[in-house]
Design a protein around this ligand. Structure first.
Ligand SMILES: Cc1ncc(COP(=O)(O)O)c(C=O)c1O
Length: 390
């Protein structure tokens, strides 16, 4: 590990937009057209190519995209969606907003992704979908999940908010699912500021979500302008959840540097793995099995709490004293006040989720972090675990 003495401030996230993005946004601002048009269409096509998926519709957020997919699948009171409680609130919010009930399956303690055996146990005659999340950009066990869903004839819908850049058995995640929803929120590997895309090999799913996302209307203003026809109809329940032209302009600009940024993320993650390898008595590092490619959205370590005299939050505070900002992905959903109130005691039988929720720490990982920053972070992590190690 290289030595460096200078204290610094390293935030958990720091966004640097590409020069292509600044130009793309500027061109759009001058174009005289800001509602969904040519840029949104170009962005959809580019993401479909990148994710090797036939159909896609860009939306205002992944949360809205997930909700609309579930509504299109027939979500309503009494229907259930089996998902992970170890996720961002948006996953569960989408299920509830669609009118269905989230049913939690426990996670694999190492990958932090939903455990297929648990999913199998949680499916009932009311289940309308299984919804895994590829935590941190690491693919869920799609081979098993798909087997279960195919056998039970239940759609597999990926909350792929973190999944861009990830591969499972050489292919992007949508290949294994009925639909996958990616997020382009401001902290993600590919950003639009806000936004998402629903991807599917099924044209009917995408056509339905596209219409829903623009108030349930058969056409948008751009199409009516192009066709010189004013007429429209509302054919589905509506949402105001389309992507705007400006957000697509940001996404197109960021796409120009996406592959370069992904290889930077891989390099930084590799440096973390190398530097932290000797500290494995105190913490568990992320894995990358042979058949998976990590998307490296987040770098999450899991503390071995029995080997430390401090809890996770003190560990985070000690790193903050060295100018290093860490995060927690995630606090289990059933510990959030609102969800605790409405979901009751769902959490008590999910030991892997509960334990993960106490010991995960996210270290800074994004393209403008330098290798020397990673070295510094690892030196500080080593100092803390050695000082408080048992
Ligand atoms: C796992 C997960 N699901 C859903 C979302 C929601 O994404 P969006 O902000 O695009 O709605 C996020 C966003 O951080 C996420 O991390």
């Amino acid at each position: 590990m290289k030595k460096s003495n200078k204290p610094r401030h390293i935030p958990l996230y720091d966004i640097k937009l590409s020069k292509q993005t600044l130009k793309s946004v500027n061109d759009t601002l001058k174009s005289g057209w800001l509602s969904p048009g040519a840029k949104v269409a170009a962005f959809e096509q580019a993401i479909c190519r990148l994710m090797q998926t036939r159909y896609g519709t860009a939306v205002a957020s992944a949360t809205a995209g997930l909700e609309m997919v579930l509504v299109a699948l027939g979500a309503q009171p009494g229907k259930e969606v089996v998902t992970t409680p170890f996720t961002f609130v948006g996953t569960v919010e989408a299920i509830l907003s669609a009118g269905a009930t989230p049913v939690f399956a426990d996670i694999n303690p190492h990958t932090l992704n939903i455990d297929p055996d648990e999913v199998y146990r949680k499916i009932t005659r009311h289940t309308i979908a299984v919804m895994p999340v590829d935590i941190a950009g690491y693919p869920a066990n799609y081979r098993m999940l798909k087997k279960i869903c195919d056998a039970k004839q239940i759609p597999l819908i990926a909350d792929g908010a973190h999944s861009i850049g990830a591969l499972y058995r050489g292919k992007p995640i949508p290949k294994y699912t009925n639909a996958a929803v990616i997020s382009f929120h401001a902290t993600k590997n590919l950003i639009c500021g806000e936004g998402g895309i629903v991807l599917s090999k099924h044209k009917a799913v995408i056509d339905t979500v596209k219409i829903m996302s623009r108030h349930g209307l058969t056409s948008n203003a751009f199409q009516r302008k192009k066709a010189a026809r004013w007429d429209y109809d509302a054919v589905y329940p509506g949402y105001k959840a389309n992507m705007s032209e400006l957000h697509a302009a940001i996404g197109l600009g960021q796409l120009a540097v996406f592959e370069k940024e992904q290889s930077l993320r891989r390099k930084l993650a590799g440096r973390y793995l190398k530097n932290l390898a000797d500290l494995q008595p105190y913490l568990e590092l992320p894995t990358e099995e042979k058949h998976c490619r990590h998307g490296w959205h987040l770098f999450i370590v899991k503390l071995h709490l029995s080997k430390l005299r401090i809890q996770r939050d003190t560990f985070i505070n000690r790193l903050a004293e060295h100018g290093i900002e860490c995060g927690v992905h995630y606090k289990p959903i059933f510990y959030l006040t609102y969800y605790e109130q409405i979901l009751g005691e769902t959490g008590q039988y999910l030991p892997n989720t509960i334990y993960a929720g106490r010991r995960v720490v996210t270290l800074p990982l994004y393209p403008s972090v330098r290798l020397s920053d990673v070295d510094y972070i690892c030196e500080c992590v080593a100092k803390v675990v050695k000082k408080y190690g048992r």
